[in-house]
Design a protein around this ligand. Structure first.
Ligand SMILES: [Zn+2]
Length: 386
């Protein structure tokens, strides 16, 4: 045990014994490996009530569940260890200014999170499982993500001028066709057309919220889906299918996206590639899943010696990567929740949260799951190409 780790353990143990609920570990030069003792936070119980003020009346019991605050800002944490996701009573988690390049989908285990701060990390997208923490399923009220190389990170406040203009027109005349206000805006945008698409995406979501909910539209804008990238399909070895669009990795990439509106879909590209949908896992995937229940990927390699078929080899690489990133050999499909090793399709959905457009990455177990998702929530008929 290194000195830093020992110190942290001692510091934490002392606080846990006193049932402290706030853990300030900011700028303590901690790395991910130092955080193993965070599991101790599960021993904390809610503070004892003040007998003068808060004694329960007869038949009433106080809750033992604490609201834990954990601040890890300004450390050297480049991945989140699995123990963190066992601290179920975490209510406030702050990880600003670390080196995080991905957020494990297991974040949805932290069911009590009300506030998640991820400012100034290296995140390219967020896992779709984050939706489990948002209303109505979860309690998340605050999500701070600025300062990440997000895929085309957009701050909605850029469009405030349009938004208020648009809002006042809609409130005056609720029968107004949304598209009639939006398209002239787009057509006048000239070279800034792509940028303008984002404004339209946001304004459209705003307009729908106002139409459905009247003047509370702004509140209901939270979590609204505004756009999607085309589905990226992978073969059974996890290689991108020929003809399939690339999944954007960073804000520097140029990428295509589709906005769903009340008149159809507005696309920045022509999307015509879709392999036949199938929900059946490949034989390789099925065999790998069953053998990996008994043996480690390393042992499977040893047993197969040098004659490892390509798809099996890639499957084992994926399984190893899954452990490194998500703590288990198999992942859970973001659409149907079934287990899989190699994702067969992925896409990014953009949602408005806290007046920012955040990219959520969906990874699914089969081509059919991706297509079902799109049929249900995604774009329908594309009516105009840019
Ligand atoms: Zn699935």
């Amino acid at each position: 045990m290194g000195l830093r780790k020992t110190e942290l353990f001692r510091h934490l143990s002392c606080q846990v014994e006193n049932n402290a609920t706030c853990y300030d570990l900011k700028c303590a030069a901690l790395n991910a490996g130092d955080l193993e003792c965070l599991g101790r936070l599960n021993q904390v119980i809610a503070p004892i009530p003040d007998p003068g003020l808060e004694m329960p009346v007869e038949g009433q019991y106080r809750s033992m569940v604490p609201q834990l605050v954990l601040e890890l800002d300004g450390n050297n944490i480049n991945y989140l260890p699995s123990v963190l996701f066992s601290v179920e009573n975490l209510t406030f988690l702050s990880l600003a200014r670390n080196g995080l390049s991905y957020l494990p989908s297991r974040i949805n285990r932290l069911r009590n999170l009300k506030s998640l701060v991820l400012t100034s990390n290296r995140l390219g997208s967020l896992p779709a499982s984050l939706l489990d923490l948002m209303s109505p399923r979860g309690k998340l009220e605050r999500l701070d993500v600025w300062g990440n190389p997000f895929v085309d990170n957009k701050d909605v406040s850029e469009y405030n001028e349009y938004v208020s203009l648009f809002r006042s027109r809609l409130l005056m005349d609720s029968s107004l066709e949304v598209s009639h206000v939006l398209w002239p805006l787009f057509e006048g945008a000239g070279e800034r057309q792509k940028e303008c698409l984002w404004a339209i995406a946001f304004l459209h979501a705003q307009a729908q919220a106002i139409k459905e909910q009247g003047r509370d539209g702004e509140l209901l804008l939270y979590k609204r889906s505004v756009a999607f990238t085309p589905i990226t399909y992978y073969d059974l070895a996890g290689q991108k299918m020929k003809g399939s669009k690339d999944l954007p990795q960073s804000a520097e990439d140029t990428f295509e996206f589709v906005i769903r509106t009340d008149r159809g879909d507005f696309a920045s590209t022509k999307i015509d590639f879709a392999p036949p949908a199938s929900a059946a896992p490949s034989l390789v995937e099925l065999c790998l899943r069953s053998v990996l229940k008994e043996e480690s990927p390393g042992e499977v390699r040893r047993l197969l010696s040098q004659e490892i078929p390509y798809a099996v080899d890639k499957g084992l690489v994926f399984a190893e990567d899954n452990v490194a990133e998500q703590f288990s050999l198999t992942l859970s499909c973001d659409y149907c929740s079934k287990e899989y090793i190699v994702p067969r399709a992925a896409f990014i959905e953009f949602r408005v949260f806290d007046f920012e457009i955040i990219p959520l990455k969906w990874k699914v177990c089969s081509w059919q799951c991706a297509q079902e998702w799109h049929d249900k929530f995604g774009p329908g008929k594309t009516f105009r190409l840019v």
